[in-house]
Design a protein around this ligand. Structure first.
Ligand code: PMT
Length: 385
């Protein structure tokens, strides 16, 4: 079993369990919150970002849906988790043809959501559109086309192939049960901006839940973006074929659509280069912990590729944001091992056998898995995994 004791410095009440009533993973509300009347640089960054960037068209609808969902489950005394999942995009044009993406298939988020449902949580699944979803993930992005799981029965009906039937029936029952009890709300996002607006809104709605509200931030969040004042309207051109047309139309008035977000004198002609100058996305985890959901349980993920820095970065994140748990993972080994970094506790590596393709909770550990205080060597992993 995996057990985390409350650190001395963190008040022991109120408490909440992450995975289930009987789980050994117990966390308290974050220790120290700043004076709510004082405006910090994080407050200013938040005000500026949300004033300067346009709210997504879906914000109102999603906020309404999330509010109804949270109120419904709060009235029933049920714990609610917001699971974020998948990568956020950074558009380069307003009418977006090109964008920068963040790595994530949504496996961690979708799988975790299933385990949370199994543990009695109601789940708001804020995910990248078309990334993996709880339950359907078993089939939707399989190497086979989902139609390969099916065949036509003698009476013209659609039937699952014999070898998939028992698992499919189990998954279908779990999915239908979650749906019937209104336990799963799925909300899609695409861009980093969509994500941040909806995250803030839902986190604030979860505030009255106190420690029964868990925020489980597995989405891969872009660290850099093109701010609106530097984003062009139309598709960035790779040649200057339209320049003369534009010049004659505008009589040497500088086009508002020139992609000009970097002031330098490149050796290669500008017409052949694409220079993308990105601003940092404010670190809103700070605002989330201190202001949006200060009584909530907050679990964030830290993704790195260099094993030498993972634990240090996870620890840094915990120190900086003062939340409850950082789960660190390496790109190359994320399906088999993670490290839990919690306040006042020693780091715990949790590992599952490689044939089990998911890590979520302690349920996976006894089946040949283990805990330890050190990472795997990524070089030991099979090629291509
Ligand atoms: O979906 P899979 O393919 O299964 O992959 C799962 C995963 C590897 C994506 C997942 O396990 C994971 O690690 N998710 C977090 C990825 C990520 O954004 O890591 P990061 O180190 O860049 O960010 C760490 C933390 O900083 C995040 O909790 C984020 O909320 C926070 N952050 C990031 C950017 C930003 N502008 N503000 C933030 O507060």
């Amino acid at each position: 079993t995996l057990s985390f004791n409350l650190p001395e410095s963190v008040p022991s009440s109120p408490t909440s369990s992450v995975f289930s009533d009987s789980s050994e993973i117990t966390m308290s509300s974050a220790s120290s919150r700043p004076d709510s009347t004082r405006q910090t640089s994080a407050d200013v960054a938040e005000r500026d970002y949300f004033n300067e960037n346009p709210a997504p068209a879906s914000l109102e609808k999603y906020t309404k849906q999330a509010k109804e969902f949270i109120d419904f489950h709060a009235a029933a005394g049920r714990r609610v988790v917001l699971v974020t999942s998948g990568g956020t995009t950074v558009p380069l044009e307003r009418q977006t043809v090109r964008f920068i993406d963040n790595f994530s298939a949504g496996t961690r988020g979708a799988t975790s959501a299933e385990y949370f449902l199994e543990s009695g949580y109601a789940v708001i699944f804020l995910h990248r559109q078309f990334s993996l979803l709880p339950y359907s993930r078993h089939y939707s992005h399989a190497t086979d086309c989902f139609l390969d799981f099916l065949h036509e029965g003698p009476d013209g009906s659609v039937v699952a192939n014999e070898e998939y039937q028992s698992k499919m029936l189990k998954v279908l029952r779990q999915y239908n049960s979650a749906k019937k009890q209104n336990l799963l709300l799925t909300l899609p996002f695409t861009t980093i901006n969509d994500y941040l607006f909806v995250l803030r809104s839902i986190a604030q709605l979860m505030r009255p839940l106190g420690p029964s509200g868990l925020l489980y931030l597995a989405a891969a969040v872009s660290d850099f973006f093109v701010p609106p004042e530097r984003m062009v309207e139309h598709k960035i051109q790779s040649t200057n074929a339209t320049d003369s047309q534009k010049n004659s139309a505008k009589e040497n008035v500088e086009s508002e659509e020139t992609f000009d977000n970097f002031d330098s004198s490149p050796a290669v002609p500008r017409s052949k280069r694409l220079i993308v100058d990105l601003d940092p996305v404010p670190k809103f985890l700070k605002n989330l912990v201190d202001g949006w959901a200060p009584e909530g349980m907050i679990v964030s993920f830290k993704l790195e590729t260099d094993p030498e820095i993972l634990v240090h970065k996870a620890q840094y994140s915990l120190d900086r944001y003062q939340h409850h748990l950082v789960i660190g993972n390496l790109l190359s080994t994320r399906k088999w091992e993670v490290v839990f970094v919690a306040p006042g506790q020693s780091d715990k590596w949790i590992r599952v056998p490689r044939r089990r393709k998911t890590i979520v909770g302690k349920e996976n550990i006894p089946d040949g898995g283990e805990e330890s205080d050190r990472p795997l060597n990524p070089n030991d992993l099979p090629e291509g995994e």
